[in-house]
Design a protein around this ligand. Structure first.
Ligand code: ADP
Ligand code: MG
Ligand code: ZN
Length: 605
């Protein structure tokens, strides 16, 4: 509340002036009012009877004291100037012309000061309170330059490393920080310095925020958390003030953790070329100087998270600041199994869930995706009135996350359905008739909310870390399978292949310019990945001349894949018809059903 002192000082000043005025003018007036007034004739009578002891002539009245048997009473009467009065006074031995001392009495004088004082204070309080409310804030919005932003101190985040599945390397690195927070003194006594800050980097949803909370939970220390985006929405000058406050509070509460989420929003590289953002730079500068300023031995550890480490200002990454980077990557197969298990703990599941199958079907999914899938599965179980989540629920929800909800209400004409069925079986056939491809898991022509009219789901039997040139090419051929089927069977081309085409082209570009699989361009990087963790686009890195050659090579590669797909479908047209009809009838078929029918036509698979 001390931020309001300034306006209140002014107010108290006004109060004192008012009280002085009150005492000088109003109070005597009131006092005067209380003096009893008598007729002039009565006054003269009183003089004659010897009761009057003192007389004072004032401007417009005569004040006199009467001794009424030992008690002095004050009277007043109107002016009546005459010589006789003085004679009369002299005759009766009355003191006159002297000042009559008025003693208001101790209580009266006390009240004359205290009552107004209290009244004014009370009014002042009311006024200042309503004033604050009007200005729209709780305490202290009347002052700027000092941040009033709440800083969250959650003594317990409630999270521990047990809640973070997989990410063993990251946890290992963070355990050292936990040890440090438990006992900063042990490090100090040896003279070992722990990094002041660690930066968690990785794609969205991999558990960076979760890990930071888990560190606080494990170390059992206060957790000051702030998100970079919160700085952005603040008034000018507030960002830096907030950083200052944050570190001040953290210093008082040490040992503790300061967590700056999404640090890229303030930590962006400072460059003058593009008329930099002053506010952001101020905030960043404040952060840099605070990081230098605080005593690393005290036990304040700064964690930050970002998925765009490449745009961070180099000053943030130099030793003494965020010199330790902890990668938090997308989970591998074991990691996904573990994450499924962690989240399945929170819902009631049937006992026979096969987590490995689920994990195999979710290659490339992040922890957040998996959490979402388990939850979608639980919602599905509730919708269908069951009391536990089944394997089927989660499998369905995996597809929901990948392809969107089923749109049973969408009406697809029989002719379109036929095209979709042949298109999808085209993909599946090309998949099955090539080597080095992931097996077909499921084929469906039930439309999805994402707009897909059908799709083939492939699930690898094991986790893949490397892909050969052949595998990438086979993948391209699979992507060509749908359109090839439309051309072969219906002699038409539909827009249903647009998504395939997009992926195909990107893959072809990478095949040549990113993976260096062709002889023509050898191991030259023709494209660059923009941001590693956000699935960023490729940007070109070539002269106009070679760009043309590059494009031509991409055309040729795609054409080659397309031709191979057509060739495969031509060879298997019997199976194609049989499978497409079966799919039209069932709408959704499993990989096993698919293989069973295919084997009737081919004995080599
Ligand atoms: P990030 O900060 O990396 O974008 P979060 O930490 O916010 O991701 O993760 C979002 C949610 O995803 C978490 O609340 C958690 O439910 C889930 N999650 C992510 N990674 C994991 C993991 N390794 N183990 C368990 N849950 C995870
Ligand atoms: Mg996060
Ligand atoms: Zn397709």
């Amino acid at each position: 509340m001390n931020k309001n002192k300034r306006p209140l000082y002014i107010y108290y000043g006004i109060v004192i002036v008012l009280m002085l005025l009150f005492n000088i003018f109003l109070f005597p007036y009131l006092q005067n009012k209380s003096v009893k007034e008598v007729e002039y004739s009565q006054f003269l009578e009183m003089i004659r009877t010897g009761k009057v002891t003192k007389v004072e002539e004032q401007d417009r009245q005569i004040l006199f004291e009467v001794n009424d048997g030992g008690k002095v009473i004050l009277y007043k009467t109107g002016p009546w100037r005459s010589k006789d009065l003085i004679n009369l006074l002299e005759e009766n031995n009355v003191e006159f012309g002297s000042q009559i001392q008025r003693e208001p009495g101790f209580l009266m004088s006390l009240l004359s000061w205290i009552i107004p004082l209290f009244a004014f204070i009370a009014i002042g309080q009311l006024l200042s309170r309503s004033l604050l409310k009007q200005m729209g804030g709780g305490s202290g919005s009347m002052s700027f330059g000092k941040s009033n932003a709440k800083i969250y101190v959650k003594a317990e985040t409630g999270k521990t490393f047990r809640d973070v599945a997989g990410q063993e390397e990251a946890k290992e690195a963070l355990k050292e920080i936990v040890g440090f927070l438990h006992n900063p003194g042990r490090y100090a006594s040896i003279g070992a310095k722990l990094p002041k800050g660690a930066l968690l980097v990785g794609p969205p949803g991999t558990g960076k925020t979760l890990l930071a909370q888990a560190v606080a939970g494990e170390a059992n220390v206060p957790f000051f958390s702030i998100s970079g985006s919160e700085f952005v929405e603040m008034f000018v000058g507030m960002g830096a003030a907030k950083v200052r406050d944050l570190f001040k509070q953290a210093n008082e509460k040490a040992p503790c953790i300061v967590f700056i989420d999404e640090i890229d929003t303030i930590g962006k590289r400072r460059d003058s070329n593009y008329g930099g953002n002053d506010e952001r730079e101020q905030t960043l500068n404040q952060l840099l100087s605070e990081m230098d300023g605080f005593d690393g031995k005290k036990g304040v550890v700064i964690l930050a998270a970002t998925n765009r480490p490449e745009i961070l200002d180099p000053a943030l990454l130099r030793p003494g600041r965020f010199d330790r980077q902890i990668p938090v990557e997308l989970p591998d197969l074991q990691g996904r199994i573990a994450i499924f298990k962690v989240h399945a703990r929170n819902v009631r599941t049937e006992p026979d869930i096969n987590f490995e199958t689920l994990a195999l079907a979710t290659a490339g999914a992040s922890g957040a995706d998996i959490a979402n899938m388990v939850n979608e599965g639980a919602l599905r179980a509730v919708r269908e009135g069951r009391s536990a989540v089944s394997q089927r629920d989660i499998e369905e929800s995996i597809e929901v996350v990948i392809a969107g909800y089923e749109r049973k209400s969408m009406i697809v004409s029989p002719e379109e359905k036929r095209i979709v069925a042949y298109h999808e079986i085209g993909h599946a056939l090309v998949t099955a008739c090539q080597t080095h491809t992931a097996p077909v898991h499921k084929i469906t022509i039930v439309p999805r909310t994402s707009g897909a009219l059908g799709y083939v789901m492939q699930v690898d039997t094991e986790e893949k870390f490397l892909m050969s040139a052949e595998e990438i090419f086979n993948k391209m051929v699979i992507l060509c399978g749908g359109r090839s089927a439309e051309e072969l069977i219906f002699n038409t081309k539909t827009t249903g292949a647009s998504n395939d085409i997009e992926k195909l082209t990107q893959l072809a570009r990478q095949y040549i310019g990113y993976f260096g699989f062709t002889e023509e361009f050898d191991m030259t990087a023709l494209v660059e990945r923009n941001n590693k963790y956000l699935g960023g686009d490729l940007s070109y890195n070539v002269s106009d001349e070679s760009l043309r050659q590059y494009d031509e090579a991409v055309f040729r590669l795609i054409k080659k894949a397309h031709e191979k797909a057509i060739e495969i479908l031509k060879e298997n047209s019997g199976a194609h018809h049989a499978l497409a009809n079966y799919l039209l009838e069932k709408e959704t078929i499993t990989g096993e059903e698919f293989m069973e029918i295919l084997k009737r036509y081919r004995d080599d698979i």
